[in-house]
Ligand binder design. Structure first.
Ligand SMILES: Nc1ncnc2c1ncn2[C@@H]1O[C@H](COP(=O)(O)OP(=O)(O)OP(=O)(O)O)[C@@H](O)[C@H]1O
Ligand SMILES: [Mg+2]
Length: 369
């Protein structure tokens, strides 16, 4: 019998095996230090950044103010240059690219901004047309492409309006249409929803998701808002002090954060807080007659399991629900519930055992009298 043919069987030489599906953007140990002015001295904005953005994915970078988010995204379209490491876009090493080289490259990357950056003296149509006019695209082709783009972003009836006549959400739709005009492979979003209310944010995120899914455009976005990550990102990187402290698939990072910074971001959307009236009374050692406060985390299938009634009926105890929340992260259900049960052993051990057997994560936060 013949041995199965390995994909590498016909390779000659001993060089590294080429990646069959290389990331569209790859940061390799990228650092960026700004020269800084006067007494301030140099500012290390980014250090040792390793990050892959897979082709066709939506990748989010989240961090607090000053963490280095804008610097990171501006490296990808050459608005800033790395001072160390390598940056690869679509397989090309762009680290040492000249300004002329970047001008050609930028057409493959669209960008949208927090404050939209539209020209107030130009109509919607003319704002979207600008990158095509600069590139010398023939008029009929411009007309055709923009009609399509305005349809896509839902602004076909606003083509002759001026930015001042539009809402924030509509302005960002113009920004998205303009960014897509040169048919980029990658869309960069710098806090694209930070100036919008939650409802409008949702509609813009839905549009970005549609752009990603229907046009196959890879999206790299930066934000300080975890709801943005939760809503549309396949992967997330958490940045702090110019370094990536955690990175991975959104669902696993958000439901099981490993770094304290991630945990703090995540608490705001997935955790349930201990109600204020209880927070001050919680102690670590159980006393006679105490109740244990548990945080139960539901993921995936188990989120709909009738856990509370099962606990009551199988162990014969009363479970008090203190707070709860059910949500979706990257399209998968996720919830957490704060309950109290008797601290007394062996009842508490039985409760924890039962939760464990249902594959639910349960954590004793403390005890109350
Ligand atoms: N042109 C510059 N010259 C000197 N230092 C700079 C420059 N641009 C940014 N920095 C510094 O680099 C660090 C990272 O800045 P950056 O703008 O990337 O942060 P950010 O995460 O985008 O913050 P924000 O959420 O406030 O927009 C900060 O300490 C900032 O002060
Ligand atoms: Mg910024």
């Amino acid at each position: 019998m013949n041995a199965p043919v390995k994909p590498d069987a016909f390779r000659v030489g001993t060089g590294p095996v080429p990646d069959p599906n290389p990331p569209i953007i790859r940061f390799e140990q990228v650092g960026k230090t700004y020269a800084g002015r006067g007494a301030q001295g140099p500012v290390a904005a980014l250090s040792g950044i390793d990050l892959d953005v897979p082709q066709g994915a939506i990748v989010g970078v989240i961090g607090r103010s000053g963490a280095g988010k804008s610097t990171l995204i501006r490296l990808v379209n050459g608005l800033e240059r790395a001072t160390s490491g390598r940056l690869l876009i679509d397989g090309e090493d762009v680290t040492g690219l000249t300004e002329a080289g970047w001008r050609a490259r930028r057409r493959a990357t669209g960008m949208i901004f927090q404050h939209f950056n539209l020209l107030s003296s130009r109509t919607v149509f003319d704002n979207v047309a600008l990158p095509l006019e600069i590139a010398g695209t023939p008029k009929p082709q411009i007309e055709q492409r923009i009609a399509r783009l305005l349809d896509l972003v839902g602004l076909a009836d606003k083509r002759e309006r001026y930015p001042a006549e539009l809402s924030g959400g509509q302005k960002q739709r113009v920004g998205i249409a303009r960014a897509l005009a040169s048919e980029p492979k990658v869309l960069l979003c710098d806090e694209a929803t930070s100036a919008l209310d939650p409802e409008t944010t949702k509609s813009i995120l839905a549009l970005l998701k549609q752009v990603n899914r229907d046009l196959g455009i890879t999206i790299l976005l930066i934000t300080h808002e975890i709801p943005v990550i939760k809503e549309i990102c396949d992967r997330v990187a958490v940045i702090e002090g110019g370094r990536i402290v955690e990175e991975g698939e959104t669902f696993s990072v958000l439901t099981d954060p490993q770094h304290p910074t991630t945990a703090r971001f995540v608490e705001a959307v997935t955790g349930v807080e201990v109600p204020a009236y209880l927070a001050g009374q919680i102690h670590t050692q159980a006393r006679e007659g105490d109740q244990a406060v548990l945080r139960i985390t539901f993921t995936g299938e188990n989120s709909t399991a009738p856990v509370i009634s099962r606990l009551s009926s199988t162990i014969g105890i009363d479970v008090n629900i203190l707070a709860g929340r059910i949500d979706a992260i990257a399209g998968r259900p996720f919830g957490s519930l704060l309950v109290s049960v008797p601290s007394q052993q062996p009842k508490l051990a039985a409760v924890l055992g039962a939760l464990n057997s249902l594959e639910l994560k349960a954590e004793v936060i403390g005890h109350v009298s």
